[in-house]
Design a protein around this ligand. Structure first.
Ligand SMILES: *Cc1c(COP(=O)(O)O)cnc(C)c1O
Length: 498
């Protein structure tokens, strides 16, 4: 399988090269030249396998320059009883009324980012070796909260790599910040950017496009790559869990093989829901992909009107990992909506850069609406969803997943579509103990976040995830703070550290 850029067809690269580069040289995103198809027979063959086996089989369709044995080695090292807290890795549970929750947060950092970031470093290390690369890789990552920690944890002490994470100074939760600033490992660092996630993401993209910085980096034997979901190596592993969850629903007797289901995804950078779209494109029987946003509902507006307009105020919410106004992965969907015409994609992206907006219409808009439905939840609605899910469904949601549930209920009300549905649970409630407990108790709590973990454990009946419980005692190792303009300088100092 070869990969091409969303902005140019002049060159194709193999999966290993796409993963090592992260972003294509002219600024586009790598996409597979064709989506592999999964027949009913293929799906049936996966049913008897466990998660890492399913992952290796599905990934082998996309990452064809790795052998199946290499992929199996990577997936068994990524998904096992040491890295994940539950044997099923990504279990599916009934929430009642045909709704099922896909728990993607049992990895080492308690958010769904682990599903890809436990695997990506292993794929990258193998690609480096296969290519006999003489350079090392410097991973630069902007994070809205969860990617940063998951990437640090995934790349910690991986040979021939260094990783530097930029997070918005006031844009992440207390637990998310604590997770990053206490990160251990000899090849890791994290810096706070004075600004929001879009500032951090734009800054990282500017560094990737800075020839002088590239040259300095190359002289020191490094090349940049990205652990953000613009990297194909982040997206491919996410396709796996939608397929796996569908098979689990069949095995559990919740649906019959071939039944269509809806999928609900709390969305920010459009990576997770795009993976569901690819699974659908491969032949998985998915009906609507329900895109759930918070108060920063640029995607809801896009799906409803065809106009993407980032010119609006950025609103910090209790679902910070979705506080995003520039959804990078949407470019991959635009590419499909434009029937894979890169000139059209370049036009839209140029409009976005020049004017802050672009508009799709005609067939592109029709196709968008055929596959996607968009809605958003305000802060009040999100808190209410946490409370009612607890009361009525005995389930403790994190704020991001609560946004998803809320939007799903809007969808059902508006459309009357009662097909079985799968809600992607993207984080553990223990990453946001104060907001979750406050929502459950209907009042603002005063205590420190780390002091509320045991109260949340008592309320939810769930154990505190091990790594979160230990955060309070860990020393702070990373204290840098910088402006958006200083990010390049931070990269250079980090390289100098040896
Ligand atoms: C990253 C993240 C999201 C958004 O996922 P995208 O792939 O960026 O759309 C939602 N919820 C949580 C908890 C996250 O960490």
């Amino acid at each position: 399988m070869q990969y091409r850029s969303t902005r140019s067809s002049s060159q194709t690269v193999g999966a290993q090269e796409a993963i090592l580069q992260g972003i294509s040289p002219e600024g586009g995103l790598y996409v597979p030249e064709a989506l592999p198809a999964l027949s009913a027979e293929d799906l049936n063959a996966l049913t008897g396998l466990n998660y890492p086996e399913r992952a290796a089989q599905i990934l082998s369709l996309f990452l064809s320059d790795y052998t199946l044995a290499e992929l199996k080695e990577c997936t068994t090292q990524a998904y096992n009883g040491h890295t994940f807290a539950v044997k099923h890795i990504a279990p599916v549970m009934p929430l009642g009324g045909g709704l099922h929750i896909l728990e993607l947060f049992h990895g080492p950092t308690a958010a769904f980012k682990d599903m890809a970031l436990q695997l990506l470093p292993r794929l990258m290390a193998k690609a480096l070796r296969a290519k006999g690369a003489s350079h090392k890789v410097l991973i630069l990552t902007a994070t809205s909260g969860d990617t940063g920690k998951a990437a640090l944890e995934g790349f910690k002490d991986v040979p021939d790599t260094k990783i530097l994470v930029f997070y918005p100074q006031d844009g992440v939760s207390v637990m998310q910040r604590l997770q990053m600033v206490t990160q251990e490992g000899d090849n890791v660092s994290a810096a706070a950017v004075m600004g929001n996630f879009d500032d951090a993401q734009t800054g990282v993209k500017a560094i990737f496009g800075d020839p002088a910085l590239q040259a300095t980096l190359n002289r020191q034997g490094y090349r940049f790559s990205s652990a953000n979901s613009i990297n194909w190596g982040r997206l491919a592993p996410q396709i796996v869990y939608y397929i796996s969850a569908y098979l689990d629903l069949v095995s559990q007797g919740s649906i019959a093989f071939g039944d269509e289901i809806n999928v609900v995804v709390p969305t920010g950078n459009f990576g997770n829901i795009l993976a569901a779209y690819y699974a659908k494109g491969m032949g998985l029987p998915l009906h609507k992909l329900i895109c759930a946003s918070n108060d920063n509902h640029v995607l809801t507006d896009f799906i409803r009107t065809g106009v993407y307009d980032r010119r609006r105020f950025f609103i910090p919410t209790i679902s910070p990992s979705m506080d995003i106004l520039i959804s990078s992965n949407l470019e991959r969907l635009l590419f499909e909506l434009a029937d894979r015409e890169d000139v059209q994609v370049c036009g839209w992206m140029q409009d976005l850069a020049d004017t802050g907006r672009y508009a799709v219409s005609g067939d592109a808009l029709k196709t968008l609406r055929t596959h996607f439905w968009g809605g958003y939840a305000t802060e009040g609605m999100t808190r209410e969803a946490i409370r009612t899910a607890y009361q009525d469904r005995c389930y403790t949601l994190d704020p991001h997943t609560a946004v998803g549930l809320c939007v799903y209920e809007q969808y059902q009300k508006e459309t009357g579509d009662h097909r079985p549905a799968l809600l992607a649970a993207t984080a553990s409630p223990f990453k946001f103990p104060k907001d979750v407990l406050s929502a459950l108790q209907g009042r603002e709590l005063e205590a420190e976040e780390t002091e509320l973990l045991s109260a949340l454990s008592k309320a939810s009946g769930l154990p505190v995830p091990g790594p979160l419980g230990g955060l309070k005692e860990k020393p702070v190792r990373h204290r840098s703070v910088c402006t958006k303009e200083e990010m390049g300088q931070v990269v250079l100092s980090f390289l100098q550290e040896g």
